[in-house]
Every structure is written in C-alpha cells, then in structure tokens.
Write a new protein. Structure first.
Lengths: 108, 108
DNA sequence: CTCTTCCGTTAGTATTGACTTACTGTAAGT
DNA sequence: ACTTACAGTAAGTCAATACTAACGGAAGAG
C-alpha cells in the first residue's frame, strides 16, 4: 500500500465522529475493547467494528493479552495523514498569498 | 468557532471520497464549479453541494466573478487539521517507542 | 429585451454505513 | 470439565447522506 493510499483510508476512517472518539481514546493510551466501549454510548460490537476500520486504515495496532485485545495508536497512518496534509498546507499558503496579492492590486 | 471544532468539521468533510477529489482539484488551483464538475463523474449540483460543505468546514473559500463562482483552498481548515494531527503525531511516536521497548524486554 | 451561460436551491430517491441483537470462539480460573 | 470473562462475526434494521432531476435567479452578449 502506498503512503497516499493510507492517508486516504485514514481520512475516511476519521470521518466518523464515533471513530474519532475511539481513536482519541486509544491515542491517550493503550486500551482494551471493553474499556473503550464502557466510556462510550455505543455497544461493544460497534466499537469492535470501528476498531477494525481503524486498524485497516493503519491508525491503530492490535495485540492479544489473554482473551483481551489491546489497541495502540499506529504511527504509520498518522504519519501518512500528516504527509498528505503538509502537501496541501503548502499549497494553501501559496494560493492564499497569491489571492491576497491579487486583491491588493485590484483595490489600491 | 474554535480551532478544534474546525478540525472536526474538516475531517468529517474529507471523509467523503468525492469531496476529497474536489478538494484536491481546488488545492491544485482556483477553479469554477463547472470546470470541477467536468472532470468528475457526478453532476454539477452534486459538486455544488459538496463545495458548500467544504466551505462550511473552512477548507475552501468562494468568490464571485460575474456569474461564475471561483473556489480556492482555505488555509484555516487545513491548518486546523494540521494542528489536530500534530498533537496525535507526538503521542503516536511516544506510544510506539514505548511498545517497542516493552517488546524487546519481553523477548531478549 | 431576449437569449445564453453559469450556478445555487429544492424535492425526492437511492445508497451507504452505523448500530444492535444474537451467536460463536478463545483463554483463564475453579 | 464447567463457568466466567472478553472479543470478533453475522444478519438485519434504520437513519444519514450522496445523488439526480427540475426549477429559479443573476450576469454578460447580441
């Protein structure tokens, strides 16, 4: 998978508010599925499904500890999003300053 | 609107694949609605609706030139997303290195 | 003034996907 | 072996939303 593809998946994954909550909780520290579901209004299977999407997007990793599955934040997806965003950040600044310059010329 | 709120809106907005396409085209350079729709498979009203969402998310700006509306990339939304992500980027690296250290200890 | 172009809005439809319930599986404790 | 705890899977429901078709409005050309 290319880095840009991962960035796309990560953006799609974080588009959902519930998944953002889950991701932010995982980002705060490693956690099991049950613990995550306890702090949310949705059921545990729902959390499990969201975690799978986040995992496929490269935003979290999974590791077993007995019957519990511990989820941790994954630098790959976060980094891919960061790279994708940095590209557009540069463009945004350039386009914006061009636009401002143009406005100044038209209204002296 | 707070900066974090704008980051949330921006993430939700870019969750849709069609909106990502539109956003990337606008990021490549200012464009009118018709020109954007011509390069996509969806109808012009659909593009118009997506642009409104992107505008409300602070990702693009609108300016009239006669009957045409020119859309440009907006640094505000892009910057808000960048800030939001940078927070988690730091956590991602820290959590990952902790995890690796722990794995090394357990399997010497 | 009329015609054309370009665009936003509205209403209605269709599709996506988020959620729950029920079930199955696995590991640890007794 | 039985029970308990924890989690993924499957199937079905329902709400959110992406999309099209039809309409209306503003600006420039003739």
């Amino acid at each position: 998978m290319t880095n840009s593809t991962r960035a796309i998946d990560a953006l799609s994954a974080l588009g959902d508010p519930t998944r953002r909550s889950i991701f932010e909780r995982v980002a705060a520290g490693p956690a099991a599925v049950g613990a995550l579901a306890a702090g949310l209004t949705v059921s545990r299977p729902a959390v499990s499904q969201h975690l799978r999407v986040l995992k496929e997007a490269g935003l979290v990793t999974e590791s077993a500890e007995g019957t519990r599955r511990i989820y941790r934040i994954d630098p790959r997806g976060v980094g891919a999003m960061r790279d994708w965003l940095d590209q557009h950040w540069d463009r945004a600044l350039a386009a914006f300053s061009d636009f401002v310059d143009q406005q100044v010329e038209e209204t002296p």
